[in-house]
Write a protein that binds this ligand. Structure first.
Ligand code: IMP
Ligand code: MG
Length: 174
């Protein structure tokens, strides 16, 4: 393994937690019209696994969000690219992201989804860097609370690298 990486959550630890979350989501959304919306690209791996651990009918979609600024922290402005054809109105939307840091990305995407008047709007994130929050963004399903370190793997990147690691690691050089 890369010398700069220190495993924080092993593959088995992640999959157990994702199964737990999927179970809770399945109970909470039984009989509803669930639309899972992942934020690209970071949520891609988490949503792929979460969707398979959800046992109620669900549609899976993605939205693109990007923030401008330095490579490792998001800056003030977030652009959200939501497919015009995605049917949101009147549906039970669960927004999914790999990690929440300042909260800007999640809150910007939630605002955009809210414009289309979903029946309900909640959020699920695998990793919560709670100590860094500057924008209020309520998260209903959280995998793990994590320290203020730069993390990679399982969808999270550093300059496009490391997304395909099956585990989550601290990048020690950051
Ligand atoms: P926020 O908008 O500050 O909450 O940041 C959320 C976004 O920043 C995530 O969707 C990630 O793309 C990125 N991000 C924040 N912390 C990390 C990290 O530790 N590793 C990789 N990406 C991160
Ligand atoms: Mg990134």
């Amino acid at each position: 393994m890369d010398d700069d990486l220190e495993v924080l959550f092993a593959e088995e630890t992640i999959s157990r937690r994702v199964l737990d979350l999927g179970g809770r989501i399945s109970r909470d959304y039984a009989g509803r019209d669930l639309l899972l919306v992942g934020i690209l690209k970071g949520a891609a791996l988490f949503l792929a696994d979460l969707a398979r651990s959800v046992t109620v009918p669900a549609e899976v979609a993605f939205v693109r969000a990007s923030s401008y600024g330095s490579g490792t922290a998001s800056s003030g402005s977030v652009t959200v690219d939501l497919d015009a054809g995605l049917r949101v109105t009147g549906r039970d939307v669960l927004l999914v992201d790999g990690i929440i840091d300042s909260g800007r990305t999640l809150s910007a995407v939630m605002a955009k989804l809210r414009e289309r008047q979903p029946a309900s709007l909640k959020a699920a994130v695998l990793l919560d860097k709670r100590s860094r929050r500057t924008v209020d963004a309520p998260v209903d399903y959280i995998g793990f609370e994590v320290p203020d370190r730069f993390l990679v793997g399982y969808g999270l990147d550093r300059a496009g690298q490391y997304r395909n690691l099956p585990y989550i690691a601290v990048l020690k050089q950051e």
